[in-house]
Design a protein around this ligand. Structure first.
Ligand SMILES: Cc1cc2nc3c(=O)[nH]c(=O)nc-3n(C[C@H](O)[C@H](O)[C@H](O)COP(=O)(O)O)c2cc1C
Length: 262
């Protein structure tokens, strides 16, 4: 076949396309397991960061030894242990969009701006070396300005003290909303108190800075300069997820001792 014909050119281009697509799809399939593993390690690292126990000199998986993931029925605030959900295959992100595994959130209740939420959520129970519960790391997500922010909040076993807050996925603007990832901002969270003396959820991201004159400063965290919308989104996300429609029933069950099998 003559090489300088239209047919030959099309043939060569076609063969090249097929070869390239086989290579690309082969790589995509071949690297999928690695990608899943990397995503899991990243998630585990963020759970440890929220808990304040991350040690970068040690493998993440080793540090996860004292952490147990448990599935919680958000409505009842109890652990799902009857086998009705296969925890090995349960995909919380997919469940949030599945009408059978999620609920629609009424407009007024939708503080996090997520429209639906899953019925069952994994929480991470952090235990000390003696096997006693130290703290809980709870997954949270909610709308900022440009995106849904996904993260974790670590709550001490007093169900009052924040041990840390991290976000592992969002598309807020670097330098503005993206400052939620700034270690200096994250350092403002440990020690903050969730509930006021009346038992009302009082944690709040304010506009501006918490100063010596700020009233009830134990519940308040500095806003993000030039990124009030993202900062407000974080505060609203916490109000939703730590409130009655989120982990509230679970936290209440643990506080009252109704749930000690963690
Ligand atoms: C290109 C661009 C990106 C922005 N990104 C963010 C953002 O990620 N988060 C945010 O809250 N505000 C962002 N803003 C600013 C908001 O539009 C808004 O002005 C700001 O949240 C108000 O906060 P302030 O009252 O602290 O200035 C962005 C603005 C521009 C022009």
């Amino acid at each position: 076949m003559a090489r300088d014909t239209v047919g030959h050119t099309i043939l060569v281009a076609g063969v090249l396309c097929v070869v390239c697509s086989v290579i690309v799809s082969g790589l995509a399939v071949g690297l999928r397991a690695q990608q899943v593993e990397n995503r899991l390690a990243e998630k585990q690292k963020n759970i440890l960061l929220a808990a304040g126990t991350y040690d970068e000199s040690k493998p993440v998986a080793d540090q996860f030894g004292n952490i147990e993931s448990k599935l919680v029925d958000l409505e009842t605030g109890t652990f799902v242990e009857d086998g009705s959900i296969d925890t090995a295959t349960y995909d919380q992100r997919k469940a949030a969009a599945d009408p059978a595994l999620s609920i629609e959130i009424a407009g007024d209740d939708d503080l996090a701006g997520i429209k639906r939420r899953e019925k069952y959520a994994f929480i991470y129970v952090v235990k000390d070396d003696a096997g006693n519960i130290d703290q809980f790391v709870l997954p949270i997500y909610g709308k900022g300005l440009w995106s849904t922010l996904y993260g974790f909040i670590a709550v001490d076993d007093d169900i009052q003290t924040v041990n840390g807050l991290t976000f592992y996925e969002h598309k807020e603007t670097p330098g503005l909303g993206g400052e939620v990832d700034n270690p200096k901002w994250k350092a403002l969270w440990p020690g903050k108190q969730l509930f006021n003396d009346s038992g009302t959820l009082a944690i709040e991201v304010i506009k501006g800075q918490v100063t010596a004159n700020t009233s009830n400063a134990q519940h308040k965290v500095d806003g993000l300069t030039g990124a009030t919308i993202t900062a407000r989104g974080v505060g609203n996300t916490l109000q939703y997820w730590l409130g009655d429609n989120g982990f509230g029933p679970f936290l209440e069950n643990f506080r009252t001792g109704a749930l000690q099998n963690g």
